[in-house]
Design a protein around this ligand. Structure first.
Ligand SMILES: Cc1cc2nc3c(=O)[nH]c(=O)nc-3n(C[C@H](O)[C@H](O)[C@H](O)COP(=O)(O)OP(=O)(O)OC[C@H]3O[C@@H](n4cnc5c(N)ncnc54)[C@H](O)[C@@H]3O)c2cc1C
Ligand code: FES
Length: 258
């Protein structure tokens, strides 16, 4: 898929809580096609210590209106600077990067999309994409507490939403892997993105139940197109760049201890 370098306009920057914000970017030109699981690399202007672009998942893409949405967590200088953007500002992106989730061949298959923390970001676009193809996804979203559960109304547009919080303030108390739907329902496919320990736990569950499972890795990246080698992951095919061979992998291909 061809990569583009484009300036997009910031049309909204909505603070969702102290740590997260949602950017709506638009373009006067037609945006290139994008697939769920892919990401963008953002040039961060006005942040003297942020030399390299920052990778952010595509949270939503609306082709008809040339809209691209990004859900961002403030963790360091780069993302904090992005949090200060205002409507009318311009952002330079390289996109779309990476591979995408695999759509089940049969629309009758039952799927669960498991997101933890900012790992819920790519799951919205993925769930919307599945719904448009006749598959109603189950979303299992986990956070520390209710305040960190984001975009629930958006997720509800496309599928069934289940939540867990570590403090029990929303949904079932505990980790996503402890949620009762994983004990009580049968799934054919699991897709997950979030902190690595969470993804490993989901992968263990999938392996034990013999369910196909894809994980979206968030290895630290710099160039985003296979040159700097800072994002490598050990797989059954040797060390590969997550930015070009991933970020989505089937767990069968990873050398994880699961
Ligand atoms: C494919 C991919 C998709 C991503 N999607 C999103 C997204 O949709 N929304 C979002 O908010 N973030 C996402 N991230 C993570 C995001 O890229 C980092 O949080 C960001 O680059 C940090 O930049 P910074 O300048 O703010 O912080 P830095 O100053 O670079 O780092 C601050 C702290 O964050 C840690 N950190 C930096 N990068 C990562 C990373 N990739 N994973 C875990 N910890 C990191 C550092 O170790 C450091 O402790 C994604 C990462 C990848 C690789
Ligand atoms: S980020 Fe440079 S090779 Fe992957």
């Amino acid at each position: 898929m061809k990569k583009h370098v484009m300036d997009l306009s910031v049309t909204e920057n909505t603070s969702l809580n102290a740590n997260y914000f949602l950017l709506k970017l638009t373009s006067a030109q037609k945006l290139p096609d994008m697939l769920p699981g892919q990401f963008v690399e953002i040039k961060v202007e006005g942040s003297p210590n942020t030399f390299l672009r920052r990778p952010i998942s595509i949270n939503n893409y609306i082709a008809e209106t040339n809209e691209l949405w990004l859900l961002v967590q403030k963790v360091g200088d780069g993302t904090r600077t992005l949090g200060k953007l205002q409507a009318g500002d311009t952002l330079n992106l390289v996109f779309p990067l990476g591979n995408s989730f695999t759509t089940p061949e049969n629309a009758s298959k039952s799927v669960v999309l498991v997101g933890g923390g900012v790992g819920t970001a790519p799951m919205l676009f993925w769930g919307k994409y599945l719904k448009e193809r006749g598959i109603t996804p189950n979303f299992l979203l986990g956070a520390r507490s209710e305040a960190d559960l984001l975009q629930l109304d958006e997720f509800r547009k496309y599928g069934n939403v289940y939540t867990t919080t570590e403090d029990g303030s929303h949904g079932e108390k505990g980790y996503v892997t402890q949620h009762s739907i994983l004990q009580n329902q049968q799934f054919d496919h699991i897709y997950t993105c979030g902190p690595k320990p969470m993804m490993v736990a989901v992968a263990k569950y999938a392996k034990a139940k013999d369910i196909s499972c894809e994980v979206s890795l968030e290895n630290t990246m710099a160039c985003g197109f296979g040159v700097c080698l800072c994002c490598v992951e050990n797989t059954v095919n040797g060390h590969v760049c997550v930015c070009t061979e991933g970020p989505v992998f089937n767990i069968k291909d990873l050398q994880w201890q699961i």
